[in-house]
Design a protein around this ligand. Structure first.
Ligand SMILES: *[C@@H]1O[C@H](CO)[C@@H](O)[C@H](O)[C@H]1NC(C)=O
Ligand SMILES: *[C@@H]1O[C@H](CO)[C@@H](O)[C@H](O)[C@H]1NC(C)=O
Ligand SMILES: *[C@@H]1O[C@H](CO)[C@@H](O)[C@H](O)[C@H]1NC(C)=O
Ligand SMILES: *[C@@H]1O[C@H](CO)[C@@H](O)[C@H](O)[C@H]1NC(C)=O
Length: 315
């Protein structure tokens, strides 16, 4: 055993790390795809500085309300979009995951460069390692990364997977998770109520070793919707313990904790929404009633059935 106090051991360590950094780029789980359907996924994002809700939302071009609800943050505070979120806060960002050149990725995010931005600052800090500077360079055909024009709009390709919205046959949403220096595979499995084996299977890993900067696909148990294919919110899927907003902010859907059945009801923002009453009853979306009849007990519920052509479908 070399004595860790000796300088030669440290030199050896530093050289090994540098060599590894030069030879191996971080691993990221890739899902091949063949159709053009997009699906719902999540990004695990760590704030690099204090940011307003609206600023985080605009970094990823997502709806601020959807962002808050995905993280189970109360949206009823006045002026909630200007609420300041603290540096180092970890958030789940709901994104649409596309199929581009045969692999799943999110390509709807654009970043407008500011003075003193560098590609590595944009990649490592602003987007917290979800993208590398090389990936931004390639996506934007940047020949000289040392000259970025201020105000330039850069495409920021982001990693996502859907695996058909299932994990071991149960509904799941996949979180793209950037491994940090304090992470272990067991720790990540514990934090997201999954198992080491499952993480290894999903990410096609040969061993339990993970490296800082690797991007893992972490399955989150979820509630799936069964809206028709022609609904604009077809494929809506909500992770356990979180919420989604749909139908032009009229309907809010939640998942868990008791069961994994999607539950949708009028949202607290539903001010100018058309009627959400089910036909031939006085029930509203989300209502369930029990009726005694001679045949026994009848459960009648009014369920949200998707947003079709700008109208709320009830059943
Ligand atoms: C995806 O899941 C659906 C059911 O949700 C199933 O019918 C279909 O066969 C699955 N496709 C693949 C490629 O696993
Ligand atoms: C959903 O989350 C709750 C805690 O928020 C937990 O008790 C429950 O086991 C979770 N359900 C699943 C299926 O993971
Ligand atoms: C139906 O739902 C509305 C809105 O969620 C609620 O205010 C109302 O009390 C519910 N009525 C019944 C009968 O459950
Ligand atoms: C939606 O509207 C279009 C044109 O307005 C119509 O052709 C289509 O049938 C409608 N879809 C449904 C499901 O109502």
């Amino acid at each position: 055993m070399p004595n860790p106090e000796t300088p030669s051991f440290f030199t050896f360590l530093v050289l090994t790390v540098l060599a590894a950094a030069a030879l191996v780029t971080s691993k990221s789980t890739i899902e091949p795809c063949s159709n053009s359907d997009s699906c719902n996924a999540m990004l695990g994002y760590t704030l690099y500085t204090d940011l307003k809700v609206s600023e985080v939302a605009s970094l990823f071009q997502v709806d601020p309300i959807a962002l808050l609800l995905a993280n189970a943050i109360d949206i009823s505070y006045p002026d909630v979009e200007n609420h300041i979120l603290p540096s180092q806060l970890f958030l789940k960002i709901p994104i649409s995951c596309s199929c581009v050149d045969g692999i799943r990725k999110s390509v709807s995010t654009h970043y407008k460069t500011r003075p003193s931005d560098t590609l590595s600052f944009i990649a490592d800090s602003i987007y917290s390692g979800l993208v590398s500077s090389d990936q931004i360079r390639e996506a934007n055909s940047i020949s000289d990364p040392s000259v970025l024009d201020v105000g330039q709009s850069l495409t920021v390709p982001l990693p996502c997977t859907c695996f058909n919205g299932t994990d071991n046959g149960l509904p799941a949403v996949y979180l793209s998770y950037v491994v940090s220096d304090v992470d272990t595979l067991a720790g990540i499995a514990g934090r997201y109520s999954t198992t080491i084996t499952d993480l290894m299977n999903v990410n096609a890993m040969g061993g339990t070793t993970i490296a800082v900067g690797d991007i893992l696909a972490v399955p989150l148990p979820a509630c799936a919707s069964s809206f028709p294919r022609y609904a604009s919110d077809f494929g809506l899927i909500v992770p356990n313990g979180s919420y989604a907003i749909t139908a032009s902010h009229c309907v809010q859907c939640s998942c868990g904790p008791g069961n994994l059945n999607l539950y949708c009801m009028p949202s607290s923002l539903a001010v100018s929404c058309s009627s959400m009453q089910c036909r031939s009853s006085n029930l509203m979306v989300g209502n369930v009633t029990m009726q005694q009849s001679s045949a026994g007990c009848n459960v009648i519920s009014c369920k949200y059935g998707g947003f079709v052509n700008g109208s709320i479908v009830t059943a």
